[in-house]
Write a protein that binds this ligand. Structure first.
Ligand SMILES: O=P(O)(O)OC[C@H]1O[C@](O)(CO)[C@@H](O)[C@@H]1O
Length: 453
């Protein structure tokens, strides 16, 4: 299981930390909340209690493994989980390996943005004839994946290829334009459970298809998540990681720590922090609480990479405003190990490194940063991965989805909606000339601009 260490969140170990009794004051209500949640499980929990979603992906195996490459086209919750999984569980040089070195599994390209330089460069890497394109959009209305879909379809058609042999749509089971087109044209489709919002959907077909295509063990991902849930649902408060993460972040927020930094001491774990950013930001950043009061709450999630950001951010974290709570991610076992050679025994600045493992240096830097933060009165917690594998990554997703639900309860906001994203989308539609959005057309004259050419 993942190991959680909250030592440096507490006042006894860090001035500026939390008193045990102020945390315990929430024990009863949070435990009650989790019991109610267990009685009426949210979609993201139900999704890992069934074989349905794994089976739906496995059923496409014969089709998937006729290709060399998989493109995933989606954005936000339809992309970030995919990216996190691929970075954590595949070697970094995966896409430059030969098919044999990849044991026949597919190269994976996840394109979320609509940056023409980026998309064009990714497309240059593949032969469309050997490529499967998975268009993921829960709503089917998001401009970015829809634009990318049209571009891909145009390319497939220009090659004279039968599009239904190169496309998968991953979308709502009933609603939306992708479902409509898919049905009309016999395109293979995967369902996103209607009660699972994009940012909670990584362990549904949204994240499972690319994981499967890259040869990851998708069953283990689900088992890890399920065991994390079972460990949490009825656990006593002080043994419950999700409850403690949420309560401690909430209390630190109340003390003015409005920024939550997730700092991974592992390049493989870094993109978990990107996934977390959307989860924490869209779920908890709200203008109204559940009673309709204007509250403007939300903790700003920030990602950081150790040791790199020690040389970029940590000065600020130690001596800048006391407005942050830090979560460290680390692993106790790296898949590869490198020993630093003893080459300059007479040079003390180098000699101490000789013979040490690179992983020892990285993990020592994590401890060093954490203790230095504590000395400056800055709270932090640590999540240790015994190793980086499907089982523990699945656990991580579930613990954080649950922590987000609990934090939503504590902040008294709805963690499952995102009304604040809508206006920008509508203005974009208007600027792009989509019918029905004329009222949002902010013309040059209507908006005061400062332009420097
Ligand atoms: O899967 P969809 O419907 O295209 O949505 C993509 C993303 O857009 C949002 O709705 C708003 O940014 C996210 O919540 C979601 O993950």
């Amino acid at each position: 299981m993942l190991k959680f260490d909250f030592t440096y969140m507490l006042e006894e170990n860090v001035t500026g930390g939390l008193k045990e009794e102020e945390i315990s004051a929430h024990a009863e209500t949070v435990t009650e909340f989790l019991k109610r949640l267990d009685g009426n499980r949210p979609g993201f929990v139900n999704a890992v209690m069934t074989r349905k979603w794994v089976d739906s992906v496995n059923e496409l195996s014969d089709f998937i493994f006729t290709f060399d490459n998989l493109f995933v086209l989606g954005i936000g919750g339809s992309a970030l989980g995919n990216i996190a999984l691929q970075y954590a569980l595949r070697p970094f040089n995966w896409n430059s390996m030969t098919a044999d070195e990849r044991n026949g599994y597919l190269r994976i390209f996840i394109v979320d943005n609509v940056d023409p330089d980026y998309l064009a460069a990714m497309l240059d890497c593949v032969d469309p004839k050997k490529t499967l394109f998975n268009i993921i959009s829960k709503s089917g209305t998001t401009a970015e994946p829809m634009a990318n879909y049209l571009i891909i379809r145009g390319i497939l058609e220009s090659y004279g290829l039968d599009v239904k042999n190169h496309l998968i749509f991953t979308t709502d089971p009933e609603k939306g334009v992708l479902r409509r087109i898919g049905r009309a044209e016999g395109i293979r489709m995967l369902e996103i459970p209607p009660d699972v919002g994009g940012r909670f959907s990584v362990l549904t077909p949204v994240g499972l298809l690319s994981a499967k295509a890259a040869g990851l063990d998708i069953e283990e991902l689900i088992i890890g998540a399920r065991e994390a849930y079972e460990k949490t649902a009825n656990a006593p408060f002080w043994e419950n990681p999700a409850a403690l993460i949420a309560t401690m972040h909430y209390l630190h927020y109340k003390k003015g720590r409005t920024i939550s930094v997730m700092m991974a001491y592992s390049n493989r774990l870094y993109y978990l922090a990107d996934w977390y950013r959307q989860l924490w930001a869209e779920s908890l950043g709200k203008m109204y609480d559940n009673d309709g009061n204007k509250v403007y709450v939300g903790q700003t999630p920030v990602k950081a990479l150790g040791a790199v950001d020690q040389h970029s951010q940590v000065q600020l974290y130690n001596e800048g405003p006391d407005d942050k709570v830090i979560t460290f991610l680390r692993t106790e076992r790296f898949d590869r190990e490198i020993t630093i050679p003893r080459l300059h025994d007479n040079e003390p600045e180098l000699a101490y490194l000789g013979g040490k493992k690179l992983s020892q240096l990285l993990n020592s830097e994590q401890v060093g940063t954490q203790l230095a933060l504590a000395k400056h009165g800055r709270p932090s917690m640590t999540i240790s991965f015994p190793q980086i594998d499907e089982y523990h990554i699945g656990q991580f997703f579930m613990y954080y989805e649950l922590a987000t639900a609990v934090a939503g309860y504590l902040f008294n906001v709805n963690p499952y909606d995102q009304p604040g994203v809508e206006l920008g989308k509508k203005i974009t539609y208007a600027l792009m000339g989509r019918e029905g959005f004329e009222e949002y057309n902010f013309t040059k004259e209507a908006v005061r601009r400062v332009e420097i050419e």
